[in-house]
Design a protein around this ligand. Sequence first.
Ligand SMILES: C[S@@+](CC[C@H](N)C(=O)[O-])C[C@H]1O[C@@H](n2cnc3c(N)ncnc32)[C@H](O)[C@@H]1O
Length: 281
Amino acid sequence: MVKIKIGSENQFDYWNNAVNYWLKYDNEINIKFNNITQVLFYSINLSNAKNILDVGCGSGFTTKIISDVKKKSGNILAMDLSEPMLKLFKKKYKNINNISTIQADAQYYNFKKNSFDLIFSRFGLMFFDNPYLAFKNMYNALKKNGSIAFVCWTDYRYNQFFSIPVKILTDVTGLKKQRVTKSPGPFAFNNINYIYDILKKNNFKNIKIKTIKTKLVAENIKTDLDIFMKIGIAAKMMRENNLDKKKILKVRNKLDNYLEKYIYDNSGFYKAKIFLINAIK
Ligand SMILES: C[S@@+](CC[C@H](N)C(=O)[O-])C[C@H]1O[C@@H](n2cnc3c(N)ncnc32)[C@H](O)[C@@H]1O
């Protein structure tokens, strides 16, 4: 493996050693996030952006969208901490002239100063052990008047994709619901004031943080069950509490019944609440 300077060991380990289900359900996850992808891209003006950075690009779905829009008029650097995610990226999108990929921690990567017109991310900026430092690094990498645009989760309680499995898990096992914190993880940016402070202290201008209520597509029950059992906060709670196989099966069965009754009968989607952040250097 390439030796790179990293922040959080835990994050590095997770994104390099525990992403089998991210890889397996890559397509389904991108379908789920469809509305969110649109929210992010509607907020970006791509017309003058030549050098673009996708931070925490994962398997490259968002990078590829920008690549298709820009064609020969822009170059995109896709950066991620995760070797397996980048491997999938390169398998999916081969020989695309305006994309290059790099395995690195955006917090510490030695970017060329003043080089990007746009830095963007779909759910890739909440995993830094020191977000102030990470945003400083990205600020320095932006050209003057360059922009940053990203989406992140609000508290998991406002996102059924996370809250449903947590409810079932805590009902079945008696485990306590976790409170969200600022620790690196999907909900690190659940507080608007915190995000604002990080950007403000790093001299970003025109900071706009919007709360967006939207929907995530529900997949077939088996897929969603698999995802719930392996990805997200409930899966993390199960791992951390070393639940035995019998309990895990009980959670899965209850969740299965719940999904049948509520989500699919009622709607076919999960309610979601995210933040959309746009700012300028
Ligand atoms: C939730 S996934 C989102 C992936 C992709 N943006 C998407 O929307 O499909 C978060 C991604 O951020 C990456 N990541 C986490 N910390 C990072 C860091 N410090 N520098 C670069 N990438 C990071 C992970 O490896 C992972 O691929």
